[in-house]
Design a binder for this molecule. Structure first.
Ligand SMILES: [Zn+2]
Length: 658
């Protein structure tokens, strides 16, 4: 037992988890030990004969569960980035037990009674105390015994269903790959792309996690495009039923907790606060976005010479882009070499703006040979934290890109942050890794989250770094995207991987002009997913859905976003953000991306008005917003940065909706 690496704090620099020592058989005993230990710690808090104080109750809770926290952070990080069969099995077993464990704390009546008696004058303590109180109420602390019993059942069932949803999806995404022995069917894909997907005389084109597969822009064979599109949209059909069941259970739980539906429950502790506020914002976008997409569709059909189908959209969009803007996005790739993008782009921008310095630590290891670790130092040379980078796609990694913490910054434990970025870039069979512009943009985006974690300067782990409302968390990362095309940054990293020549200015101008095209599609695709998520979570309790596909179609129709040529970015069956276990925390929350983008577009204006890429601007953004994490009201932090409330106009302008 003593050899379990989770039982004691890591002795590595910055308490980086000791990945080399962690074995799969360590997880289950560590989870069990960690849960039991935390329940004993809670018992001790409750049994304390002294009157409840901040220190002996709230702070004591912050200090509890260290083994569990260390275990869960590593385990769920791997469940996303490198989920072996064993990890998946453990997840199935442990997910409902963790839900039960959370309930055992939040539904502990004596603990809640004690929490209610704590008073404090310190503003940071008062903010945290209120957060705890809200967490407990939202978890059901004020319900009767019978209601709590039902709540426990609902939570456990939802947890099991969520795990089933994500595991079905992972399996189906692999099983639904397009397979062919005939290279002609894949005409249009580059030689490199073909080589990367060839296995034993067969070509296996794997699905990515969203509706429109990138290969649709390149495949010249219409029939192959149709097949690929249908494989994508039809994957994991059993998840329709699981999603419908989850939506019904969430509705029942919301009512139990005093809300009319799950959406109302979900937004109550967000910056949006009410479903009306969300609907008002979405209402401004739907009509103009659909009108834009219809105009784009006309141009595409004209280019094609026939009325296009959904699987033709990307292909002809690329053709129109070439014809109208004389721009071929593949011309950019040779200028976007991964290591250069990272060091001379992402890191360089953070150096210019915040004075940060990065040094690769080859002595520190991740859980996979492709994982890299960098030490980050502040402008004055002091230690700031570690940045862990896992760029490549692999069969054990879920789709998309994300940031997570491996160690939360807090003064309470005197810990500096260890943050991590995951991307899903295809690793070439040989030679340099060349990115698309989208992938470059994603690298900047995820690093924006990393900065939010690295700059955290708070007392308590519960409010560290990115522990802000979900409809606020995308905002700093979206702002960081602005530096990807900032002229001096772009000139610094976008150099030809063979000749070192800078990317021609003319090519960049064409790219930026061409970016404006297809905004109707991008906005409709996103809004359709948002409104689908919303419809599932505005179900009234007792309202059951028999035919989830019919419900989906009707919901899009009702919301005014139905357009036969543009399906939602995620259909119900692969909408992991809202239904998958572990990562499915965006239920009734997919609106968050555009909600955050209002703040983002308004902040980008601020940077431009104030001289752009200069240290003073970075320092202001850092001190007013990034460093405070969740330790104060999110919109108050925004106002401290911007000097006023956000305005929606810059977003409407950016998305061509003004
Ligand atoms: Zn993000």
């Amino acid at each position: 037992m003593a050899e379990n690496p989770f039982f004691a704090p890591s002795t590595l620099p910055y308490k980086l988890p000791p990945f080399a020592e962690i074995k799969e058989e360590h997880y289950l005993p560590a989870f069990e030990h960690g849960m039991a230990e935390q329940l004993r710690e809670v018992d001790t808090i409750v049994a304390d004969p002294a009157a409840p104080t901040f220190a002996n109750t709230v702070e004591a809770l912050e200090r509890s569960g260290q083994v569990l926290k260390r275990t869960a952070i590593v385990f769920f990080s791997l469940a996303s980035s490198h989920a072996t069969d064993a990890i998946r099995e453990i997840e199935t077993e442990v997910a409902p037990r963790l839900t039960k464990h959370g309930d055992a704390i939040h539904l502990n009546r004596a603990l809640y009674a004690r929490l209610k008696r704590v008073v404090t004058d310190d503003p940071e303590e008062a903010w945290l105390l209120e957060k705890y109180r809200v967490d407990f109420v939202r978890a059901g602390a004020e319900l009767s015994e019978a209601e709590q019993e039902r709540l426990r059942e609902l939570n456990e069932e939802l947890s099991t269903l969520g795990t089933a949803f994500s595991q079905n999806l992972l399996a189906a995404t692999t099983a639904s790959a397009l397979v062919t022995e005939d290279a002609k069917e894949l005409d249009g894909l580059s030689e490199t792309a073909l080589r990367a997907i060839e296995k034993d005389g067969k070509y296996v084109l794997p699905l990515l996690n969203f509706t429109n597969q990138p290969a649709l822009a390149e495949l010249t064979d219409r029939e192959t495009r149709r097949r690929l599109y249908e494989l994508s949209t039809g994957r994991a059909p059993e998840n329709f039923g699981i999603a419908a069941k989850m939506a019904a259970l969430r509705a029942e739980r919301a009512v139990l907790l005093g809300y009319p539906n799950h959406a109302a429950y979900s937004v109550a502790d967000q910056t949006a606060k009410t479903t009306d506020a969300v609907e008002e914002m979405l209402g401004k976008l739907v009509g103009p976005a659909v009108a834009n997409a219809r105009r784009e569709a006309e141009a595409l059909s004209e280019q094609a010479g026939f009325p296009i189908e959904p699987w033709d959209w990307s292909f002809y969009a690329e053709k129109v882009r070439k014809a109208r803007y004389d721009f071929d996005s593949s011309e950019l790739r040779p200028y976007f070499e991964l290591d250069r993008v990272l060091r001379d782009g992402v890191f360089h921008a953070a150096g210019e703006l915040y004075g940060l310095r990065f040094a690769e630590r080859d002595d520190l290891r991740g859980y996979h040979p492709d994982v890299r670790v960098f030490e980050v130092s502040d402008a004055d040379g002091s230690e700031l934290g570690l940045f862990v980078f896992d760029p490549y796609a692999r069969p054990t990694k879920r789709g998309g890109a994300w940031m997570n913490n491996l160690v939360d910054q807090s003064h309470l434990f005197g810990e500096l942050p260890v943050v991590m970025n995951n991307l899903n870039i295809t690793k070439p069979a040989e030679g340099p890794t060349l990115l698309t512009f989208d992938e470059v943009n994603t690298a900047f985006h995820e690093f924006g989250h990393a900065l939010h974690g690295l700059f955290s300067d708070v007392r308590f782990p519960r409010v560290s770094g990115t522990e802000v409302p979900r409809d606020f968390v995308e905002y700093p990362s979206q702002v960081n995207e602005m530096w990807a095309t900032w002229p001096s940054i772009l000139a610094n990293f976008a150099r030809h991987h063979e000749t070192g020549e800078p990317v021609p200015a003319e090519l960049v101008e064409k790219m930026q002009a061409a970016e404006k095209f297809n905004q109707g599609f991008a906005t409709v695709e996103y809004l359709a997913a948002t409104l689908l998520d919303w419809a599932w979570h505005k179900l009234a309790p007792g309202e059951t859905v028999e035919d989830a596909e019919a419900f989906e179609a009707a919901a899009l129709e009702r919301a005014g976003i139905a357009f036969e040529l543009v399906l939602p970015r995620y259909r119900t069956n692969y909408f992991a953000h809202v239904f998958a276990g572990g990562v499915g925390g965006y239920s009734a929350g997919y609106y968050s991306y555009i909600w955050s983008e209002v703040l983002d577009a308004d902040s980008v204006e601020w940077f431009k008005e104030n001289g752009g890429l200069v240290r003073a601007n970075g320092d202001h953004f850092r001190s007013a917003l990034l460093s405070v994490g969740g330790a104060k009201d999110a919109m108050e932090a925004f106002r401290a940065f911007r000097g006023r409330d956000p305005r929606i106009e810059p977003l409407l302008e950016r998305r061509g909706l003004a």
